[in-house]
Design a protein around this ligand. Structure first.
Ligand SMILES: Cc1cc2nc3c(=O)[nH]c(=O)nc-3n(C[C@H](O)[C@H](O)[C@H](O)COP(=O)(O)O)c2cc1C
Length: 184
């Protein structure tokens, strides 16, 4: 039997939205280690170093990744000189209040970071709504570089319901890509 892919999702969240989005991705992936970068431990760093895939999760603040997440990215750049994260699968997700909210800038920042670390960036592959009527609500915002989500006004839900469904698909795609990459 194939071992499950080792996926880690380091996340920063101010008010819980990014955590909810990361949980939905983890579910779609069939499991992932969620790592709160504000309380990161030595064990978490070991989990990250041993992961086959790392998905970066941050809210968009002022049109870019949150400072609390940037701190983590800079700390992790200790791994850059020896390219310790080289050839890991990478992906990114972000949530913000507005449908656009300049989230794309956050994804671009994360993709460049992954490229500098020698990682293999995987984006979304859902044509989804509105072009494919069989997938209502999926990737309705048309974001292919990575996963974008909009905060829900319903604070019991936190993230738009369709975006949570899209997140599930994204998690599945990452798990599949990780296993394919493992097989070489
Ligand atoms: C400092 C700050 C800057 C923000 N900048 C943006 C922004 O540029 N675009 C946007 O759509 N929402 C922006 N927001 C709203 C957050 O992205 C939104 O509340 C998000 O759901 C927060 O996720 P979190 O609970 O995981 O922190 C900002 C919020 C804060 C606190």
């Amino acid at each position: 039997m194939t071992d499950a892919p080792r996926i880690a999702i380091p996340y920063f969240t101010g008010n819980g939205h990014t955590r909810v989005l990361a949980e939905a991705v983890a579910k779609g992936a069939g499991g992932a280690a969620l790592i709160d970068v504000e309380n990161i431990t030595d064990e978490d760093w070991q989990t990250l170093d041993a992961a086959e895939a790392i998905l970066f999760a941050t809210p968009t603040y002022m049109g870019s990744t949150a400072a609390g997440f940037d701190r983590f990215l800079e700390d992790a750049s200790d791994r850059w000189p020896d390219l310790l994260w080289r050839d890991k699968i990478a992906g990114g997700m972000t949530v913000a209040t507005y449908p656009s909210g300049d989230k794309l800038a956050s994804l671009i920042r994360l993709a460049i970071y992954a490229a500098q670390m020698g990682m293999i960036w995987v984006g979304q592959a859902e044509i989804g709504a509105p072009v494919d009527p069989s997938k209502p609500g999926i990737n309705a915002g048309g974001s292919w570089l990575g996963l974008t989500a909009t905060s829900s006004r319903d604070k019991t839900q936190m993230v738009d319901a369709d975006d949570l469904k899209t997140a599930h698909h994204f998690g599945t795609r990452i798990a599949t890509a990780t296993l394919r990459w493992r097989q070489g």
